[in-house]
Design a protein around this ligand. Sequence first.
Ligand code: ARG
Ligand code: MN
Ligand code: MN
Length: 349
Amino acid sequence: MALRGPLSRLLRTQLGRTCQQSRAQSVAVLGAPFSKGQKRRGVEHGPKVIRDAGLVERLSSLDYSVHDFGDVSFHHPESDEPYMGVKFPRTVGAANKKLSGAVSRAIGAGHTLVMLGGDHSLGIGSVSGHAQQCPDLCLIWVDAHADLNTPMTSPSGNLHGQPVAFMLKELQDKMPEIPGFSWMKPFLTSRDLVYIGLRDVDPGEYHILKNLGIQYFTMRDIDRLGIQRVMEVTLDHLLSRKQRPIHLSFDIDAFDPSLAPATGTPANGGLTYREGIYVAEEIHNTGLLSVMDLVEVNPLLGANREAVDATASLAVDVIMSSLGQTREGAHACIDDVPSVKDDTEQLCL
Ligand SMILES: NC(=[NH2+])NCCC[C@H](N)C(=O)O
Ligand SMILES: [Mn+2]
Ligand SMILES: [Mn+2]
């Protein structure tokens, strides 16, 4: 069991930074308005509704210098026939190639990056761009789904259900060459990945999870162990051998649909608000968060305005907690509490 608490945090932040040196004070926001990894239109408006929910203002209140890099602009090839059942392979491949370059540049420039999706196929570009700069990164995938299908196991052909399969070295011989993806090679080892929140896993995915011995926590595991223990095991698994940058890929459908209704593939029995926020807080407390994705917010799928607003503001809350907002306050420092005397003096003026 690794050290926990303030001392280990100090050691991690002071000694363990490889890719993190100057990053702490500067956060970059990058929108990725993209939806071709799945079939429901509207998820391309995710970046807009998350920004409209006040993301940049709230990040600035945490004392970061915030750089909003705007949205990546994606070009859609005219014809893009399915390949081995995989839908829009060239479109998704090209979008991820572009995103990968943008993520790599932002990390190279020393920012902590928040990537706003878009659907979860964007994980391919985001994590691979991060890995170009930080080859020793580890990945925490918070999601109702494992997104681990290969083109051959996918029940839907949607690439948002497959991004992790493109990343894993161990699956190289199970992955056909998909048009649009020749720019990338798998770069992640299965022991550098942990899933949290799973509850809708396809048979092929389950086989891969077991076969590769991937560390994962289903909602049942969270019920059994509690979220505190889940985070302790997660961070031990990823960080006890060496401290390295964390990539957090957060699919809003990890939350219960009652909290995050505006999403394309909701699954009942998800994270509570407090569990999701706790996950984010614990990741922040490592001092190692380097990139986070917030994906699958689809404003066209909320039943009404309130449902969309609730989903977007939950997304902002998760990002804020991942970047240091605490539930005990104290992120903005004040020197002293104004005294009654000062107040009266002011009143007298
Ligand atoms: N990123 C997501 N919401 N993924 C949902 C994936 C659903 C299903 N497992 C599939 O492969 O199609
Ligand atoms: Mn997902
Ligand atoms: Mn999902």
